[in-house]
Design a protein around this ligand. Structure first.
Ligand code: NAP
Length: 387
């Protein structure tokens, strides 16, 4: 009997529809090749973004959210956030509405892709970034506003002097959100036999937010994964180790150095929001840039897979956008629904295509001897290599 998996998808704005269309074909090809008729994806298009504004007068119809909730997954193209119009980001709205608390970004090198570093193949990390608080909470007040003045007075009364002409922001980091994020990262490492989870924080300066993130993470590993994990400190003391995930932590500024000097020593990273924001782009840059980076926003019962780049409006409709990020996000989705072989087949086909020097202009322009191909041409080459 054929297992049918409903996959809600949002084509997105700008280059979204183009990269989504070819990615769906590549994903289908991988499923056909590896499942041999035992699984079929039922693609269900959902409205969001500019298309939804035109039809329904709103960028994120409730129906879209409820279908994603019902099926537990979605593949999403990039959505425009108009600058300065007061319309809030639909991407953030989706994450908040579905409580997608972990942003998951694997970063690995594909042979043949031009890179700014000497040994890009040493990078193979998965970044779990907290998606709901820290600076993403967006609590801040403008200089001179009544709220800013009130907060400055309040904290002044608690002994902390803040200049009167300051804008003020609040950076909350909770035990609940930190623990569920680190839990997801450790479970991911255990399931895939990965060697370590590193918490990246600035706890030397902010002890009760960033430092607490680290402390709660260690506490969680100790209480929930005592058999499956070991701390780096215990390891140094010579405790039992084989097969266990090593839990360690690094201060954020050091971590930026480590990703350049010793990337091979890191596997899964777990970070509060802002550290992860910076780190995931810095890591992606080392292996060829955002056009190659897949991503997922994951909660306890729903996961939305999406390319990490935006709508790149200047390339919309020109058949030049790089579809790799969307295709690889699709591979993450296949893995999430248990179709590991289809995921590997798709990733392998992308890798083989790039490895033969077939790439879109964003990558080709970084090398002197590669002629770029268009979006559909690149996708056809991937599909040919899937099988
Ligand atoms: P962007 O759309 O990611 O594009 C920035 C630049 O990145 C492009 O001009 C292009 O660089 C390159 N690029 C991105 N994706 C590419 C691809 N697939 N193939 C080839 N090149 C690619 O970022 P943005 O210009 O800051 O944002 C544009 C809109 O997208 C905004 O409305 C923003 O809010 C939205 N956005 C949405 C999401 C999301 O839906 N998750 C994420 C980010 C941004 P070159 O110019 O150097 O060729």
């Amino acid at each position: 009997m054929t297992r049918k998996i409903v996959v809600p998808f949002i084509p997105g704005d700008g280059i979204g529809p183009e990269v989504m269309s070819v990615s769906r074909k590549a994903i289908d090809a991988a499923v056909r090749k590896t499942c041999k008729g035992s699984v079929r994806l039922i693609w269900t298009e959902l409205a969001a973004g500019e298309a939804a504004y035109k039809i329904a007068g709103q960028g994120l119809p409730l129906e879209t959210l409820s279908v994603i909730r019902e099926h537990g997954i979605a593949l999403k193209g990039p959505l425009t956030t108009p600058v300065g119009s007061g319309i809030r980001s639909l991407n953030v709205a989706i994450r908040q509405a579905l409580d997608l608390y972990a942003s998951v970004r694997p970063v690995k090198y594909f042979r043949g892709v031009p890179s700014p570093v000497k040994k890009p193949e040493k990078m193979n990390m998965v970044i779990f970034r907290e998606n709901t608080e820290d600076v993403y909470k967006g609590i801040e007040w403008k200089k001179g506003s009544a709220e800013a003045e009130a907060v400055i007075r309040l904290i002044g009364s608690m002994g902390a002097a803040v200049r009167d002409d300051s804008g003020v922001g609040i950076k909350p980091i909770s035990e609940h959100a930190s623990k569920r994020l680190v839990r997801a990262a450790i479970k991911y490492a255990i399931r895939r036999n990965l060697p370590s989870v590193t918490m990246v924080h600035k706890g030397n300066i902010m002890k009760f937010t960033e430092g607490a993130f680290r402390d709660w993470g260690y506490e969680l590993a100790r209480t929930e994964f005592p058999r499956e994990s070991i701390t780096e400190t215990d390891l140094v003391l010579g405790c039992d180790f084989p097969g266990k995930v090593v839990i360690k932590d690094r201060i954020a500024d050091n971590m930026f150095q480590q990703i350049l000097t010793r990337p091979e020593e890191y596997s899964v990273l777990a970070t509060p929001n802002l550290n992860g924001d910076y780190l995931s782009d810095a890591c992606a840059a080392q292996v060829g840039g955002l056009g190659l980076a897949p991503g997922a926003n994951v909660g306890d019962s729903v996961a939305v897979f999406e390319a990490v780049h935006g709508t790149a409006p200047k390339y919309a409709g020109k058949d030049v956008a790089n579809p790799c990020s969307m295709m690889l996000s699709g591979a993450m989705m296949l893995e999430h629904v248990g179709l590991d072989s289809a995921a590997s087949s798709l990733v392998g086909a992308v890798e083989a295509t790039l490895g033969e020097g077939i790439m879109t202009q964003d990558l080709a322009r970084l090398a002197s001897d590669i002629n770029p191909v268009g979006t559909t041409h690149f996708a056809a080459e991937v599909i040919r290599r899937v099988g």
